[in-house]
Design a protein. Structure first.
Length: 412
């Protein structure tokens, strides 16, 4: 029977107890902790019972990067899949309902992560993306794709759009990475690229890249200078028949019939990417045709790059143009992390762009369509129970990964 007190003071739902993977100091011990989600939910909020979450190199950066502005424990995980267990009225009006299988991305730098029993997604905020899980996908598969698909989509969005009968030429550095695997499929199946050339570490990674649609794969370990190898592909260099090493490395080189690349997408970084960046002007089509060198990872180990060769409003060029007379290198802010690009003066030639996944946008709907139609697939390397998070992070740090690492979230 409702009492006068209950009528005057309506029942307020108790906060929901959740379990999540957190850490304290940068690079410190990771452990489970408990927290509370306040209820009732706000209008645009969705409460998700998490079923799976995947790991990305981004999580290693979050774990190791000092977050001086965050005083509490820091969460881990950006990707998620699960089931809607509650939602606000605004979310209901957008067609979401309790019981929906959903997946998506929560971009953060150490706040609550997705490796948790429950997660709140605010549909009105730009750092969140969510879509229904296609019927042909498991929770583990659905948790594996959001960040890497979104990053590949953003990187390739800088491709110049040609008539379909002309086609694009795409070069992907790091085709064996999870982002690179997505980029190969998007280049072939979405952009209908004419030539897709990529680099990998050889072996199984090379086989995977070919299976996903790459027309030619360069083993960067065997190639020596990757920039040289790509120059043979676009016809900038002729085979030196008197050089035994050249005959072994380039005699059967793939050819783009003299066509240069519309885009070089760097998904790996490192010295190999630096070799290519140093030759970018000669590998890309003219700047005024919209070509670009796009990096998703920054450049830790690059050779000195021609400063005046770099164009583009969202790359480091504004800083370089202001600094070139004074400094020998320039730092710039990229995706929340500081990277350095070295340069030297000289003639101009190509556009350089830093890109990263966007928290929201049409890419999540394009991903749903691609996976639902089986035109895009995600490769999973290992699935761990979330109690084995240390093993999962150890494998991620080893870089001996041929797909995504997924944590299956269990009841607590």
């Amino acid at each position: 029977m409702e009492t006068l007190a209950n009528w005057l003071v309506p029942d307020v739902p108790k906060p929901l107890d959740i379990k999540q993977l957190t850490f304290g100091r940068p690079g410190g011990t990771k452990s489970f902790s408990f927290a509370k989600i306040p209820l009732p939910l706000k209008s645009n909020e969705v409460l998700i019972e998490v079923k799976a979450a995947s790991l990305n190199p981004w999580d290693l950066k979050v774990w190791k990067q000092p977050q001086t502005w965050l005083k509490e424990e820091h969460g881990l995980g950006q990707d998620f899949s699960g089931v809607i267990s509650d939602l606000g009225q605004g979310a209901r009006s957008k067609g979401w309902k309790i019981g929906d299988r959903v997946c998506g991305l929560k971009l953060h730098y150490g706040s609550q992560g997705t490796i948790a029993s429950h997660l709140v997604i605010d549909l009105s905020k730009s750092k969140y993306s969510m879509t229904h899980i296609p019927d042909n996908m498991t929770f583990e598969e659905a948790a594996a794709f959001p960040l890497v698909f979104g990053a590949a989509w953003e990187g390739l969005s800088y491709c110049p759009m040609h008539p379909h009968d002309q086609g694009l030429n795409v070069c992907i550095l790091g085709g064996g990475t999870a982002v690179g695997q997505m980029a190969i499929q998007l280049a072939k199946n979405h952009l209908r690229a004419k030539h897709v050339v990529c680099t990998t570490a050889g072996g199984e990674s090379e086989e995977i890249a070919r299976d996903l649609g790459a027309d030619h794969v360069i083993d960067y370990k065997a190639a020596g200078n990757v920039g040289d190898a790509i120059e043979y592909i676009v016809g900038n260099q002729e085979l030196d028949e008197t050089n035994d090493q050249h005959r072994v490395r380039f005699a059967n080189a793939y050819s783009t019939d003299g066509e240069k690349f519309d885009i070089i997408l760097d998904c790996a970084g490192g010295a190999g990417a630096g070799d290519v960046l140093a030759k970018a002007k000669s590998l890309l089509k003219p700047y005024n045709e919209g070509s670009a060198f796009v990096t998703l990872v920054g450049d830790y180990n690059t050779p000195k790059v021609n400063a005046s060769a770099v164009h583009g409003s969202n790359g480091p060029s504004p800083l370089i143009s202001k600094s070139i007379s004074t400094y020998d290198s320039a730092s710039y802010w990229y995706g929340g992390w500081t990277h350095k690009l070295a340069f030297q003066a000289g003639s101009s030639g190509f556009r350089y762009i830093t890109a990263n996944v966007k928290g929201s946008g049409d890419w999540i709907n394009q991903a749903h369509a691609g996976f639902a139609s089986n035109s895009i697939k995600v490769r999973i390397d290992t699935v761990y129970p979330w109690t084995k998070f240390d093993d999962a992070f150890e494998q991620l740090m080893s870089r001996k990964v041929k797909g995504k690492i997924v944590l299956r979230i269990e009841d607590f």
